[in-house]
Every structure is written in structure tokens, then in C-alpha cells.
Design a binder for this molecule. Structure first.
Ligand SMILES: Nc1ncnc2c1ncn2[C@@H]1O[C@H](COP(=O)(O)OP(=O)(O)OP(=O)(O)O)[C@@H](O)[C@H]1O
Length: 218
């Protein structure tokens, strides 16, 4: 279990997350939902070990128990990853691509053609698929995904859902998304954030089938 107590995070003088306490079950998929600008990416960023990337003034406070260091991260905006997909996948990159994309061979072939180009230079959408491929293939115990569905076609989102379901019981996944059908398909645990505050932490059943408003009303 990843546990946070009184977790705060922000940029420079501005606190975005205000003392959140929550748990993310181990080897399950936790989905983080909330309106645009509510702090979902900031929460995910707080979970990234060795936080770097954009925003040198990013800070995190409070207690955060993150039991593993091996992470695979798919960020929301184009990463400054200068290595190419072939390098990130290591030996036998083509076979890895074929196996990760077994149900979508056209995508495997497309990524294979771009395998020698730095990930940061890949077209929008494809860098995300490239990093998703690396995340799936890496076996990192903790997989952090920030709106990975953006730019994917309907087939791409279905592939992503199937892949995430296959990771169930093997990896701990934190998925930030605004795509409710995807969230519903893959969630084992749901966090709802609004304006930096944790509004709800619930099972998918309670969250999707019996929203808090109707539970409170009942
Ligand atoms: N690098 C940054 N520097 C300063 N402020 C930032 C930075 N990144 C995000 N913010 C601010 O933090 C707040 C929360 O942003 P965040 O990206 O975490 O929200 P979000 O819920 O992920 O939004 P979205 O769904 O639109 O991606 C916003 O007001 C945003 O402007």
C-alpha cells in the first residue's frame, strides 16, 4: 500500500494539494479523477521518485510511504526523453513490441519504424504510446500514468484498458484520467480530487454505481 498522510504539494509559493491523506492499494489500479486544474497531475508528480522535469520550484511535504523505487512514468506532456524506443526496450526491442502489441500488430509495426528516433521527437500521441509500451514491458512494480489516453483512437483506448486489466494483480498502477469509461473499466480504487482537496476515496462500485451524493441522500 502506498500511503500518504497530510500530503501537500505545490509550485513555489502556491500550494496546490492541501494535506491529503489516502491509501493506494498494492498491485491494484487506482484511478485519480477530477476536473481540469484540480491537482491530479500534481498528485501524480508527488509520487514520482527523484522528482525532476519541469518546474524546479515543485515541492512536496507531508508523509508519503512509497515502498518501491522502480517506476515507469508516462507524463502528460512531452517528456525530455532523448533515448529512443529501441534503447529503452533493450535487446530484442522488435519482439517486445510485437508481444506488447500482440492484439494490434499495425501499431507494433508503426512504432517499430520509429524505434531509432528519440522519444522526445516522436509525433504527438506516438511518444505516449512509446512510453506506454516501455511501461508495460518494463515490469516496474509501480506504473504512473498521466492521462495516457489523450491522443489515442478508440481502438487505442480499448488496447490500453485491456493492457491495464492484464497488469492487475501484478503491478501497482496509478492512472490519472478524465476518461470516465476507461476509469470505469480498469479502476480497483478511485480518488476524486477537486481544487486540491480529496473529495472522495471509494471502491469503483460505490463511486460509479452509487455516487456519494445519492449515498448521502439515502
Ligand atoms: N509547473 C507548474 N508550475 C506552476 N503551477 C502549476 C504547474 N503545473 C500545474 N500548475 C498549477 O497547479 C494547479 C493544478 O494543476 P494540475 O496540472 O495538477 O491539475 P490537473 O487536475 O492535472 O489538470 P488537467 O486535468 O487539466 O491536467 C493548476 O492551477 C495549475 O495551473
Amino acid at each position: 500500500m502506498i500511503q500518504a498522510r497530510n500530503l501537500g504539494a505545490g509550485y513555489g509559493p502556491r500550494a496546490v494539494l492541501a494535506k491529503l491523506s489516502f491509501g493506494l492499494p498494492w498491485r491494484r489500479t487506482s484511478v485519480v479523477l477530477g476536473p481540469g486544474g484540480s491537482g491530479k497531475s500534481t498528485l501524480l508528480r508527488a509520487l514520482v521518485n527523484g522528482r525532476s522535469g519541469d518546474g524546479a520550484d515543485f515541492w512536496v511535504r507531508g508523509e508519503l510511504a512509497l515502498p518501491v523505487s522502480a517506476q515507469a512514468v508516462v507524463p502528460q506532456s512531452r517528456p525530455s526523453e532523448h533515448r529512443c524506443l529501441g534503447e529503452l526496450l533493450g535487446d530484442d526491442a522488435r519482439r517486445t513490441l510485437e508481444s506488447v502489441w500482440a492484439c494490434a500488430p499495425a501499431a507494433a509495426a508503426r512504432l517499430d519504424r520509429l524505434r531509432e528516433r528519440p522519444v522526445t521527437l516522436l509525433p504527438e500521441g506516438l511518444w505516449r504510446l512509446a512510453l506506454l509500451t516501455v511501461a508495460v514491458a518494463s515490469r516496474a512494480p509501480l506504473v504512473l500514468l498521466d492521462e495516457p489516453e489523450v491522443g489515442l483512437t478508440g481502438d487505442g483506448v480499448r488496447w490500453l484498458a485491456r493492457r491495464l486489466l492484464m497488469l492487475r494483480a501484478e503491478r501497482t498502477v496509478v492512472l490519472v484520467t478524465q476518461h470516465l469509461p476507461l476509469a470505469r473499466m480498469v479502476a480497483d480504487h478511485v480518488l476524486l480530487i477537486d481544487d486540491g482537496v480529496l473529495v472522495e476515496e471509494a471502491s469503483p462500485r460505490d463511486f460509479f454505481d452509487e455516487p456519494a451524493t445519492s449515498r448521502r441522500a439515502g
